[in-house]
Design a protein around this ligand. Structure first.
Ligand code: SF4
Length: 218
């Protein structure tokens, strides 16, 4: 199977089985998504979703969040990873939004990565989810799954993987492919022991070709 055929197999599979894949973070607007994605670093979406309703209620706009004090915001974030840094990042992010972006969420990667707590991955998520821009956020799941399948070859960094993925996925599918690969990594192609026995990508997967299941389990 050529690399192009491998991509096409993966696209066809997900188009059929996950045509409406989307983020599992709960949000109503770009501001809320930005807060949720910043909080999601090294943390599960489920836990973030338990945390954000209280934050959105108390700080419904960037203007309100920009006025938050560390001591008031911190208790709302305490239960997730790196609460100190994330509290500082959220307040700093909101302040910069008010001072430099008129309180609006910018929709380009170079502008977004100026905000505290926002790296390339977060900026790619925001622009692809909100605006369907062809930007591929490569998190640990995307990195692992695309490497195992063979969508990426010898990519040693998330940026290298990102470049390969956006080269081969059609532009109009990149924003969706991000969710396909994340969800597949979360629920099927899990880190420790991929569930190849229930995976429809086996015919196209390089990892599976090298590690086939015994006939009794396949
Ligand atoms: S066949 Fe196995 S390794 Fe390949 S994508 Fe599916 S779960 Fe992952």
């Amino acid at each position: 199977m050529t690399r192009k055929e491998r991509y096409q197999f993966v696209i066809d599979y997900f188009e059929q089985h996950a045509p409406n894949a989307e983020t599992e973070l709960l949000y109503d607007n770009p501001y809320q998504l930005l807060v949720a994605v910043i909080l999601s670093a090294q943390c599960t979406d489920k836990r973030v979703n338990l945390t954000t309703p209280a934050i959105f209620h108390k700080y419904p706009t960037p203007a309100k969040l920009a006025e938050a004090s560390f001591d008031h915001l911190f208790p709302l974030i305490r239960s997730i990873s790196y609460p100190n840094n994330k509290t500082k990042h959220l307040i700093g992010m909101a302040k910069m939004l008010m001072e430099d972006f008129n309180g609006k969420i910018p929709m380009t990667v170079p502008e977004l990565i100026k905000l505290p707590g926002v790296g390339r991955k977060t900026a790619n998520v925001i622009t692809s989810v909100v605006d369907q821009q062809p930007n591929m956020a490569v998190d640990t799941h995307v990195f692992r799954v695309s490497g195992r399948i063979g969508l990426t070859l010898k990519a040693t960094t998330p940026l290298a993987a990102e470049k390969q993925l956006i080269k081969f996925f059609p532009n109009n599918l990149i924003h969706k492919a991000h969710h396909w690969l994340i969800l597949h990594g979360r629920y099927v192609c899990v880190a420790r022991k991929p569930k190849c026995g229930i995976c429809g990508l086996r015919p196209a997967c390089k990892y599976y070709q090298a590690h086939p299941l015994p006939a009794t389990e396949a």
